[in-house]
Design a protein around this ligand. Structure first.
Ligand code: ADP
Ligand code: ZN
Length: 419
């Protein structure tokens, strides 16, 4: 392990469980003070094994109790509001006290250090400011020791101008925007850039893209996972890139079967359920994320004892059902990056004719490749074979020149329904 908070993130699992139980009970007390949980929770649990008997909280609960149903402190103690990006409906609010923010800052600093960010590094934050938690979260933890260029969502032309002139070593971005951004740089820009580290979050990032970013652009991509509703990122990539460590001194994570609500054994896939253990303003209990992952058994070679989850590739709500087959946009991305060796963009169209659904996928490619019909035919065949084997659906592919698809800002919209 390079740097970080060794005392906490190298705690034994027994010590950690003791701490989690103490903090969980504190959260139950806080939650009991809120309008939505009042009378619905026990005052205390004797053991963490009792957590599984507590009720879940869903996005719908947050919406129904908008805006202050989950507030556990006097309103004037709220230092900041954030809201989820509303990818799947009305945005949901979260609120933080100064103390809450200091815990966010601790995590954000630790994960930047784990990604190799050093004192004095220049960081371009290309995540949108505003209600979305990402930019605030990532910048605040490291701003006292690094140099921040808070470009936010300022438009790609300005983004590139500042990137080329100020030469950041680090960017914070959504993975979709990072992919788009890389396609917009000239070969000369790429050759001259100082960029080495990208911390990305807000949506899935495929392992294949991470590999391409490293091999073609020399950029180490570090994933950061979390939700606004539960206080921002709580799982992060360490230098080994072998799963995302959970900040277990601040969060209690369970994996359940999304249909039965029962815990699945360690190592099996299911829906991640999370309870923040330090949030005083917004003490949400057992929040159902709708994100699918699993606990990776065993300890990471970096030395941290925080358990790890598999990077999130599936969000239950993103699932497309194509004539009975479940397909996720991230699976399509994996297929594309198996055969396309530079950053690219794609857009999936779902069409329907006489009750049958079909997929049409626009994939951006460099002009040189589009002009070479032999290479293009070969690529098309390889892509279709991979997709048929992997997602058992054969889409229609439409290759277009780089820069044709709509510009991406923030989280990428990868799927459109054309019916
Ligand atoms: P929403 O997108 O629901 O409006 P948020 O902006 O809070 O809300 O985003 C949280 C969701 O974004 C997560 O539940 C997850 O589906 C997705 N997400 C965030 N970070 C990652 C990541 N690193 N990898 C995959 N998915 C992510
Ligand atoms: Zn590790």
């Amino acid at each position: 392990m390079e740097q970080g908070n060794q005392k906490i993130d190298c705690m034994s699992q027994d010590q950690l469980k003791e701490l989690q139980l103490k903090l969980f009970n504190q959260q139950l007390k806080r939650a009991g003070e809120t309008k939505s949980y009042h009378g619905k929770l026990p005052n205390e649990i004797a053991n963490l094994s009792e957590v599984k008997n507590l009720p879940f909280t869903t996005k719908e609960d947050l919406r129904q109790n908008f805006p202050y149903g989950f507030l556990a402190v006097p309103q004037e103690k709220i230092a900041r509001f954030n809201a989820s990006s509303g990818t799947t409906g009305i945005p949901t609010l979260a609120y933080f006290t100064q103390t809450d923010l200091s815990f966010l800052d601790k995590r954000s600093k630790e994960q930047s250090l784990a990604a190799g960010v050093k004192e004095g590094d220049i960081i371009q934050c290309m995540m949108g400011y505003g209600l979305f938690t990402g930019a605030w979260y990532h910048v605040r933890g490291i701003q006292n020791i690094a140099t921040i260029i808070p470009t936010g969502a300022c438009g790609t032309a300005k983004q590139i101008l500042l990137f080329n002139s100020l030469r950041p070593k680090v960017v914070f971005s959504t993975p979709g925007y990072l992919q788009y951004f890389l396609t917009q740089l000239s070969d000369e820009d790429v050759k001259k850039m100082a960029l080495k580290i990208a911390i990305v979050g807000g949506e899935p990032v495929s392992q294949y893209f991470k590999k391409i970013a490293k091999e073609k652009y020399g950029v180490d991509v570090y994933d950061s996972y979390g939700l606004t509703e539960t206080g921002g990122p709580f799982a992060f990539d360490c230098e080994r890139h072998e799963g995302l460590h959970l900040f277990e001194d601040q969060f209690y994570v369970e994996i359940i079967d999304p249909d039965t609500g029962l815990l699945v054994p360690d190592g099996e896939y299911g829906e991640l359920v999370v309870t923040p253990l330090r949030q005083e303003a917004f003490p949400v209990i057992r929040y159902r994320t709708r994100d699918i992952t699993r606990i990776i058994p065993g300890q990471c070679l970096c030395g941290r004892t925080y358990r790890r989850i598999e990077p999130i590739t599936h969000r239950i709500d993103d699932m497309m059902i194509i004539n009975g087959v479940n397909v996720f946009p991230s699976q399509i991305e994996e297929c594309i990056y198996k055969h396309v060796s530079t950053a690219t963009n794609y857009l999936v169209h779902v069409t329907e004719k006489e009750g049958l659904k079909k997929l049409l996928i626009d994939v951006e490619l460099p002009i040189e490749l589009l002009d070479n019909s032999d290479k293009l035919k070969k690529l098309e065949k390889e892509l279709l074979d991979t997709m048929k084997a992997y997602i058992t659906v054969t889409p229609k592919l439409n290759f277009v020149p780089l820069g044709t698809l709509p510009e991406i800002q923030g989280k990428a919209k990868r799927v459109t329904k054309d019916y």
